[in-house]
Design a binder for this molecule. Sequence first.
Ligand SMILES: NC(=O)c1ccc[n+]([C@@H]2O[C@H](COP(=O)([O-])OP(=O)(O)OC[C@H]3O[C@@H](n4cnc5c(N)ncnc54)[C@H](OP(=O)(O)O)[C@@H]3O)[C@@H](O)[C@H]2O)c1
Length: 265
Amino acid sequence: MQKKVKLGVIGGGFMAQAIVNGAIQTGFLNPDDVIVSEPDESKRTLFLQRGINACNDNRMICHFCDYLLLAIKPQVFPSVAEELKGEPLPVLISIMAGKTIASILQATGAKHVARIMPNLPCSVGAGMSGIDDSMLSEQDRIFTRGLFSSVGEIVEVEERLLNAVTGISGSGPAYVYLFYQSLVQAGMGQGLSETQASKLAFQTIMGGMEMLRSTGSSPEALIAAVSSKGGTTVAALNSFEADDFMGSVKRAVDAAVRRSEELSK
Ligand SMILES: NC(=O)c1ccc[n+]([C@@H]2O[C@H](COP(=O)([O-])OP(=O)(O)OC[C@H]3O[C@@H](n4cnc5c(N)ncnc54)[C@H](OP(=O)(O)O)[C@@H]3O)[C@@H](O)[C@H]2O)c1
């Protein structure tokens, strides 16, 4: 490898594939702007087949990229940091859960680190990422934000709030699937087939969110629009309230945030 590329990636797993593919599909990067270091040959082949450079040499790639995305599991990080220490490191962009900017700086000797908490829907271009890139220059921020905007939406937060981001959007897709699953099961309990209940539940969630997005109305206003006094929606909402539905969601988010804080220690 002679020429410098824009983005080096350490770890070519699920998230790296999602982010690199998204950035290429949206035209933010060209395939030859990227080099991935990944030990698994079958994963390297996936990148190579798309014209993306791939190798199994973490140390080498940091010499040839402007930005280095750390997309390895947190438990693998100490050994990767050992390999990188002493190398002339470019700007690091970490998506590792629970690894703080201070710990990454200390372990690698890097000078600039951005920390991002993306989520699973990045793999279909509908992701949500919390970003702390406050250490980066304006030019480096433009790159980092462009990269994650190519796989969804971004929100800028202070690092201390990334645990909260994890509790909302990081783990959040699972909450949505749980609510969907609960609606489907309730529908089946009322005699609908699984196909019918799934279609009703899916389109209701999608339609409800699309209405929130496109009208700009508040959830309260939209709830009021579906509710008439003494009607069916009010009967259901009263039942949710009696079961402290909002309290249950809050406790679940608190549990996720606490766990994220524990994992960051
Ligand atoms: N998945 C999510 O929804 C999500 C959301 C937010 C943040 N994250 C974060 O994203 C990071 C990656 O997650 P993931 O789901 O993409 O995991 P993953 O699919 O397991 O990807 C990690 C990749 O790193 C490779 N690897 C292992 N040791 C390596 C080494 N020494 N050098 C280079 N590569 C190495 C693994 O190869 P082998 O499989 O051969 O070991 C694997 O392909 C994690 O830190 C996670 O916390 C994930």
